[in-house]
Ligand binder design. Structure first.
Ligand SMILES: C[S@@+](CC[C@H](N)C(=O)[O-])C[C@H]1O[C@@H](n2cnc3c(N)ncnc32)[C@H](O)[C@@H]1O
Length: 320
């Protein structure tokens, strides 16, 4: 049991989609207890104004910035793939009332909670704003839409978990209307390696370099470590033209890490109180120490430019 939890938290073994579902099911309750806001259902890192002490505000800020970056005012039918509890979609729907949003997530528990706790309890006036949010339980690998159906597909801090970002870009291309947009918010690494697709050793060199540089974060970061250049190349290879690209990592990792360090004592206390058994507490001590060390490492890597967070908006190239 403990081995399985550790395996889930560490990026030692290749993770399947089922593992990602289990990871979120096991970690989300603790993240929510740590943030200590029963109304907060967002699962992103947030966009922080330096040394802000408000995690929930930072997450709403990131959603707002993403909406502006994506230009939601110019589109109507969108799919949010990896929508989590649909909290970002509810915010976008209230900011852009004309939007019709399909929230797609692989995790049924999150969608069910979204339906029961976020969308159904809305007041009648906000219900009008939510009648155009649909919840769909599906994977990024098999999106259940016909060809040329959507104006935009977004992956808001979720594409780093997809088994294959190439497959997601290819599937999305056929679903998007001509000239449709794909918009990503995604954590990336920047190893500054001059890459050459013909050189088979580059993959291994990258992996070793990443392991050395990222240390504990290489193992505790439970998702793909996509390189900025790899993502840009995939976007082009799958028939999109990048319209805008923004690096916002300095508003994410350093202030988030500072927030954790400042609030560590309170967060620890809240979490320890939520554990019933001695065994759970012991396991928590181990995991929390890893989270703490990872937060410090994340700050270092962000400050030296090896870790970043990017917003990418790319248009389907109809001439391909
Ligand atoms: C970091 S959370 C972000 C959730 C949401 N965008 C937010 O900001 O609150 C990543 C989400 O992606 C979902 N996810 C991971 N892999 C997926 C896949 N292959 N297809 C669809 N959703 C996936 C997870 O279940 C999780 O809800």
């Amino acid at each position: 049991m403990i081995f399985y939890s550790v395996k889930l938290n560490l990026w030692i073994f290749k993770q399947t989609e089922r593992d990602i579902i289990k990871l979120y099911n096991s970690l989300t309750p603790y993240v929510r207890t740590a943030v200590n806001d029963s109304n907060d259902y967002m699962l992103n890192f947030g966009y922080w104004i330096k040394n802000s002490n408000d995690a929930v505000n930072a997450q709403h800020e990131l959603s707002a910035i993403f909406g502006k970056f994506a230009r939601f005012n110019t589109v109507e039918m969108i799919a949010d793939v990896g929508s989590g509890f649909s909290a970002p979609a509810v915010q976008w729907r209230s900011e852009y009332p004309h939007l019709k949003i399909f929230c797609v997530d692989i995790n049924y528990m999150e969608l069910n909670t979204a339906r029961k706790k976020i969308i159904s309890p809305l007041s009648p006036s906000s219900l009008a704003a939510c009648d155009r949010i649909s919840l769909i339980n599906a994977s990024s690998a098999m999106l259940p839409f016909g060809n040329d159906k959507l104006d935009m597909i977004v992956a808001f801090e979720s594409a780093q978990h997809f088994q294959s970002i190439d497959n997601f870009l290819e599937v999305s291309r056929s679903i998007l209307k001509p000239g449709g947009l794909i918009v990503l918010a995604i954590p990336v690494v920047d190893l500054k390696l001059s890459d050459n697709a013909d050189n088979q050793n580059v993959g291994i060199v990258k992996k070793l370099k990443l392991m050395k540089k990222f240390g504990i974060l290489y193992f505790s970061w439970a998702s793909h470590h996509y390189d900025i250049d790899t993502i840009s190349r995939s976007i082009t290879n799958h028939g999109y033209k990048t319209e805008e690209f923004q690096r916002i990592g300095h508003h994410v990792y350093e202030p988030l890490s500072n927030y954790y360090v400042r609030n560590r004592k309170n967060i620890r206390r809240r979490l320890i109180d939520s554990f019933a058994s001695y065994k759970q507490r012991m396991y928590f001590e181990f995991v929390e120490y890893m989270v703490y060390r990872s937060a410090l490492k994340m700050k270092d890597l962000s400050m030296n430019g090896s870790l970043d967070y990017v917003l990418i908006r790319a248009r389907k190239d109809d001439l391909r």
